[in-house]
Structure formats: structure tokens, C-alpha cells
Write a protein that binds this ligand. Sequence first.
Ligand code: HEC
Ligand SMILES: [Cu+2]
Length: 502
Amino acid sequence: MGDLTQGPLRRVLIASTNPLFARALRSLVAQRWEGRRVEVRMASSPDEATAILDSWQPDLVILDYDDLGEPGSDKRAAYLSHFLTGERPIQVMLVSLRESGEVVVYDRRTLTPAQAEDWLDLPWTQTPAEEETGQPTAEETPSPGSIPPARIGAGTENLSSLRSGGMKHYVIAGVLTVIVTVIMYLLLRSIGLLPIAAAVQAGPVDRMIETQLWMISFLFSLITVFIGYSIVVFRQKKGEKEEVATFKGSSGLEVLWTLFPLATVIYLSFIGAQALGEIRTADPNSLEIRVVAFQWGWLFEYPETGVQSNELYLPVDRPAKLMLTSRDVIHSFWVPEFRIKQDALPGENFVREMQLTPVEIGDYTVRCAELCGGNHAYMNAPVRVVSQEDFDAWMEEQMQVSAADPAERGRRLAETQGCLSCHSLDGSSSIGPTWQNLASSEVTLADGSTEIADDDYLYEAIVDPNAAIRQGFPPNVMPQNYDELFTEEQINDLIEFIETVN
Ligand code: HEC
Ligand SMILES: [Cu+2]
């Protein structure tokens, strides 16, 4: 070991594309030869290394083994050959940073160009002995007066502290992520996105929304915390040289970030299917209600009693089965407090069902959740969840109202007996003539004669349809047996109803 304070100035070049490793090596060199005449320069790329090599003529080159490329590759040969030009012998040391934080010294020797061929042919793979000791077994030929062969392994401490420093950053960022996640979640909750949950079916939906809020908060935090942390902690400080971070592939990470989202998506589809199953569970004893949507309103029919209403009355805690249809375009039944939504489609064969068990007495509003035309925004109807007693009382009242009104009874008959599948109430053409403005109007018959559609005419048209056929409409289509099917009173109710259609 020569005393370097007396000796000439020694020049050490550290070449590594890994800035952290290079810095650690520099501090090792500084530590090792403290107080001696050593000058250190760093190269962060092969080009920079060769430029320094030519202009500066270092005595020792510490070269990052990991930058060399595969043994025997052209890249390796090309890179190494840079160190072999010129006549001066240089001492070269190959080092590598292990996963564990240890530094492995593969070989160090003084090279002259003549030796280059030999050296390049060396088998670079480690022998088992090296694996155990972490030290090379390759021959060491320190030249006289050279820098003492540094046991760079002694610097392991430094490098591991550097790595545990990395660990420290992960821990801090991890804790911050958790904190920000909770804050984000509480913020999102505080917005009051959800009104009260007033139906059993709201449970599974809210559970999913909960899960989603947590996931949104977590992903948001994960991204912003790591970006923010990196910007603040790893920013380039004043006077610091710009460093280019180097990344090497990490199969572990890749597997992780493939499997983790995959598992998440599978989990989400699982809880989604589970929630759907819960929402659609049908109760055989449910109260059936027909919901007819139209531009722009709602009609609710209770088949058990024949009651019709423009308000939806529901007894609390009793499962209801809504059967939705539409008279015109697609609408969608949505009460936010019940969470669930169901389309109402036009067409007899497209009745959609929806299970609903209200649990909170109160007044709500059903709104149309499908853009359905000009007044879509105003397509609301009251929904009243009441106790069973109140419900029964309301139902009773409705039945009395309709019982007292012949036209109302006639309407119910027309609907339940299928008259309306052939006769429209709004003037549109159908299989039979429309009932709109029919009563008391002048109608033209098939034989060209005209007649006033008074009570007698209507009565005959119902009990004996073929007696007078309207022009443009086929005979024998309207059922011929209504005089057997209906009582005199019912026929009169139907006529009363037809007279109200205008
Ligand atoms: C299957 C189709 C169909 C059904 C169901 C049907 N009708 Fe008709 N109805 C017609 C046709 C077609 C006509 C026109 C030919 C005719 O006058 O018989 C007609 C004509 C009428 C007329 C005369 C209208 C006019 O402008 O002259 C009345 C009134 C009437 N129906 C009442 C009823 C009532 C009430 C019911 C239900 C209890 C009913 N219809 C059910 C097909 C139907
Ligand atoms: Cu609508």
C-alpha cells in the first residue's frame, strides 16, 4: 500500500448509468482515500466515459458491470474497446450492484492494449465461490504502486442504507396514500351524493357505490401522492447536476400490475352480479302494479282492484312488483331514494318488471330517466309510501270514486276488456275507428250513408258491430259477442266513457 499523500495525483473515473450507484461509489472512493490526492470524475453514459477517458487519462476506471451488456455481445465489446485505446495502462475495476445492496467486484486488473483480447474473452459468469463470498475469484493483479485493491464490499453499508432510504420513501408515500385516501373518501361522502335509502333494493346499490368511492379515493391518492412526493423530495436541488434516471425492467412489478387490476375487475363483476341478483329477487306475494309511461306522464294501475291513479301509492315494507310499459317511446322509471331504475318500453311484449320494497314512509318523486322528448324534464309523478292502513283507506276511496262515476267504470272496462287494443283514444289510426270526438259526430258508413253517432248508434255498434260498418274499416273484426259478455249497465258505462273521450 503506497502512501498517496506523497505520490502523484490519482485520477478515478466512475462510469455508471445508474446515478445512485455512481454517487454511492464516489462516496466510497472519497471515504477510502480520504486526505489523499485523489480526483474523481463521473460519467453517466458510455459516450461521456470515453470522452473523459481520452481527455483526462484516469489511473483507475470503476466501471458498472451492468452497463456492459450480455457477455460476448457486440455492445459489450464495443463499450470495452473504448477503454483499450491508447498506450497507457489503466487499472479497470468492474463492479455490480446486487439486488441485496451488496457490491460485487468482478475483476480488477491493469490492462494494456495487448491484453485486451484476453480480457474480453474472460468468462464473465460468476462461479459458485463468488456467489458465496460476494467476492471475485478471478485473478487479481494489482500493479506495483497502484491504489490498494479496495474491498468495495466494505461499502455495502452505504449502499444498503441507500436502498433502505428507498424503502423509507415507500413507507412515507404509502402512509400518505392511506391518509389521503381516507380524506378523499370523507370528502366524497360529504358532498351528499346519495339521498336517503328508502327501499330494500337500495342496500346492494349503496354497497357497490361505497366500494366504488373507496376505490376512486385510493386510485386518486395513489397517483397524486406518488407524483407529488417525487416532485417535492426528488426535485433537482440548486447546483445539482442533472441526472437521468435509469429504469430496468421488473417482471415482478409487471406481474403485479397485471394481476392486481385483473383481480379487481373480476371482483367488481362478482359483486355486481351479486347485487343484481339481490335486487331482482322476486317475492311471490308482491303487490302487482302496472306502470304505464307516456309522453309526458305516468299512469299507475292496481289490477287487483282496477284502480288507476297518476300517483303511485305503495304500502311500506310490502314487496311490490312493478310491470312497466310505455304508450309511445322509451321511458325509464327512477326514484332516486329507491336507487333502482327500469326502462319502460313500448309494445305489449316488452313488459319490464321491477321489484321494489319501500321501507321508509314518505313522499318521493318518480322521474323519467330516459330522454323522451320535449317535456322529458317535467315527466314526474308523486310516489307516496304509506302504512298498510293508509294504503287500504286510499284504495277504498279510489274504488268509491270510480264506482260512483259510470264513465270511470267504462274506462276501466275498455282497458281490461281489450277495446283499447283496437280503438285509440287520441285520434291515431288503429284497427278500429278512434274514440276521440266520436260521440255525436257524423260518421260515414261503408255504403256511403252518414249517421250521427248518438247513444243508440254506439249501443248498436257494440252489441251488433256488423249492423253498420264504418267506411274504411273491415267487418267481422270487432268481437260479435259483447251483448252476451256485458250487462246492460256495463255497455252503458262504456258508452258514457266513449262520450268523454275528446
Ligand atoms: C279486434 C278489434 C276490436 C276490438 C277488440 C273492439 N273493436 Fe270496436 N271496432 C272494431 C272495428 C274494426 C270497428 C269498425 C268496423 C265496425 O264498425 O264494426 C269497430 C267499431 C266500433 C264502434 C263503432 C265506431 C264507429 O266509429 O262507428 C264502437 C262504438 C266500438 N267498436 C266499440 C267497441 C268496444 C266498446 C269494444 C270493447 C268492449 C270494442 N269496440 C272492441 C274493432 C274492435
Ligand atoms: Cu320519459
